[in-house]
Design a protein around this ligand. Structure first.
Ligand SMILES: [Cu+2]
Length: 126
């Protein structure tokens, strides 16, 4: 019994080169992706209770809901608020940072009870 010879056809080496038409610019480019959303803004300001016995800066304006970071240098200070409905006073602290949030518009005066000449004001706008 003779087996049928399978003819194996080698693919032609003549590759068909399909030239891509370069002239297809007809305004169909996809739109650019939208820009990423802006980062969440953190509203905060810093007040430093300095070794020079001052609050620096001693007047700060922020918006309601913003945070003040009180940074205490290497001298013991505190923050005693003189205004009704202020955030909690900051007990005597050194070499640390304590934050207070001001949720309500108003003008908040404060001082350091250890150094009465140290005074400051936080003005909170709506
Ligand atoms: Cu002080």
């Amino acid at each position: 019994m003779r087996h049928a010879m399978l003819a194996i056809c080698a693919l032609s080496a003549a590759a068909t080169i399909v030239a891509c038409g370069g002239g297809g610019d007809n305004g169909t480019n996809p739109p650019p992706p939208p820009p990423p959303p802006p980062p969440t803004l953190v509203h905060a300001a810093r007040v430093t209770a300095t070794t020079g016995l001052a609050f620096d800066p001693n007047a700060v304006s922020i918006a309601a809901g913003d945070t003040i970071y009180y940074t205490f240098q290497s001298v013991l200070h505190n923050v005693v608020f003189d205004t009704q409905n202020s955030p909690a006073n900051v007990p005597s602290t050194e070499s640390a940072t304590v934050k207070r949030i001001f949720p309500t518009a108003g003008t908040y005066a404060y001082h350091c009870s250890i150094h009465p000449q140290m005074t400051g004001t936080i003005t909170v706008t709506q």
